[in-house]
Design a protein around this ligand. Structure first.
Ligand code: FES
Length: 210
């Protein structure tokens, strides 16, 4: 009897992986979401996760690695509990994102591209987050807060450190610390992020139960 390469994953994630593989006529097409599910397991896109995904999809290790290394949202090293991504593209830069980034680096004690010694924060600059109308835009675990000014970013970092929310909700951060939004309408958010991994559908959401 052959053992599944993902037998050490949680039951929920094994089920998700199976559902995904059933979804595509060609297993290789599931490579990207599988890397995210694996990242939930290991906390980042580890060599182990890439090997497992290679075995699941039939892609070579080099092919899986080329996908994982191309996209910045696949993290190749452990990240903190809260990944803070500050957009430094043109709209945000013109509205002060450099100051926001500097303030967040100082407040968390974490330079751009690094993780704090206590593992609570990772800080990174990011390319356009698609929220130019609400610049400067920041994400925490890929949950968006728009119109974040430097002085409010201090409050955001302190709130994360003190409250340590299990689920990060963009709407909540927007209400507490945000400013102008790109679109000030839309349904209230029901799900947030429970890990510094993008939440597609149920992955990494409050519904996830992880
Ligand atoms: S330039 Fe920052 S969200 Fe587009």
């Amino acid at each position: 009897m052959t053992t599944s390469p993902i037998s050490n994953w949680s039951e929920a994630n094994q089920r998700r992986a199976g559902d995904l593989l059933d979804l595509y006529p060609d297993r290789r097409s599931a490579v990207m979401p599988l890397l995210y599910i694996g990242s939930l397991e290991d906390g980042y896109c580890s060599d182990n996760v890439m090997r497992q995904v290679s075995e699941l999809t039939g892609l070579t290790s080099a092919q899986v690695q080329s996908v994982a290394s191309f996209y910045t949202m696949y993290k190749r090293h452990e990240v903190g509990r809260y990944l803070i991504s500050v957009c430094t593209s043109i709209s945000c830069m013109l509205l002060g994102s450099d100051d926001v980034l500097e303030t967040i680096e100082r407040e968390t004690g974490t330079p751009d591209g690094e993780t704090s010694a206590d593992g609570l924060f990772s800080v990174e600059h990011a390319e356009c987050l698609g929220a130019c109308g609400g610049a400067p835009a920041v994400q925490v675990n890929y949950e968006l807060v728009e119109g974040l000014r430097p002085e409010k970013s201090v409050g955001l970092c302190r709130w994360l450190r003190d409250a340590q929310p299990e689920v990060v909700l963009g709407d909540e951060m927007q209400q507490l610390f945000g400013g102008q939004r790109s679109f000030p309408w839309g349904p209230a958010e029901q799900e947030g992020a429970v890990a510094p991994v993008p939440a597609f559908g149920p992955y990494g959401s409050a519904e996830d139960g992880r």
